[in-house]
Write a protein of this length. Structure first.
Length: 80
């Protein structure tokens, strides 16, 4: 899908992302976007992958071992 809408750069270098694009990519106030230069284009990407990137950066811990709680601690409790 290609959407192309013109916007004007303001005196402070700000550009308003047009509403149809904000709606299409669910960009709400406070959302983060990324800017990159690809050849002769300036590309703005919604940062939808930020959570995935954050989670991938967390060191992985091994899965806990399966514990048979009755076998390990069952003798400590009175059975009725």
């Amino acid at each position: 899908m290609t959407i192309e809408i013109e916007a004007t750069v303001g005196q402070r270098g700000q550009v308003v992302i047009p509403k149809p694009i904000r709606d299409a990519y669910d960009l709400r106030p406070g959302a983060t976007v990324r800017f990159s230069v690809e050849g002769d284009r300036i590309v703005i990407r919604g940062n939808e992958g930020a959570l995935d990137e954050f989670l991938e950066a967390i060191p992985k811990r091994p899965e806990p071992e399966e514990v048979d709680w009755d076998e390990r601690y069952g003798e400590q409790f009175e059975r009725r």
